[in-house]
Design a protein around this ligand. Structure first.
Ligand code: FES
Ligand code: FES
Length: 168
């Protein structure tokens, strides 16, 4: 199969890759760039384990997306949320609410949460549940995950309010 050179910006870093046309973004992330925090679950768009963020807002299943399709766009994986060694409020909220058990679904859940909150910073419980519909967790029963999204929403809201008031 013919290959193509593409540029991928992942977590703020530019990468140049040679990929066959049928290489998925998930394969490019995990196998070419060794960013294994994005999980391979079903490979068919059913579980949400492979969810990443595109251009800071849109969540996509990286198993259903070809690497060539997202050339030039900004991809964020769960590893890209951490800043200067500090967890992102969403990551912290998942820990605080005990929303992580085996952890396999967690990168996808966190990235889907990032997308939900980027589009609607104060979602209702129903909006959260609807937003998480494509992400499957076999361990938690979802209650703690929903609470984690609510907590993250409050944390992000508060930090934005503090910034708006000139406080760090
Ligand atoms: S691995 Fe992509 S949705 Fe399951
Ligand atoms: S914590 Fe195990 S699959 Fe969600």
């Amino acid at each position: 199969m013919k290959t193509r050179f593409i540029k991928l910006n992942v977590n703020g870093k530019e990468h140049r890759l040679e990929v066959p046309a049928n290489r998925t973004l998930l394969q490019a992330l995990r196998d070419d760039l060794m960013l294994t925090e994005t999980k391979y679950g079903c490979g068919t768009g059913e579980c949400g384990g492979c969810t990443v963020l595109v251009d800071g807002k849109e969540s996509i299943c990286s198993c259903l997306t070809l690497a060539v399709e997202v050339e030039g766009r900004h991809i964020t994986t769960v590893g890209g949320l951490t800043r200067d060694g500090e967890l992102h409020p969403i990551q912290q909220a998942f820990i605080d609410e005990g929303a992580i058990q085996c952890g396999y679904c967690t990168p996808g859940m966190v990235m889907k949460t990032a997308s939900i909150l980027a589009n609607n910073p104060t979602p209702s419980e129903e909006e959260i549940r609807r937003g998480l519909e494509g992400n499957i967790c076999r361990c938690t029963g979802y209650e703690k995950i929903v609470r984690a999204v609510q907590r993250a929403s409050r944390m992000i809201d508060n930090s934005q309010l503090r910034k708006a008031g000139g406080m760090s």
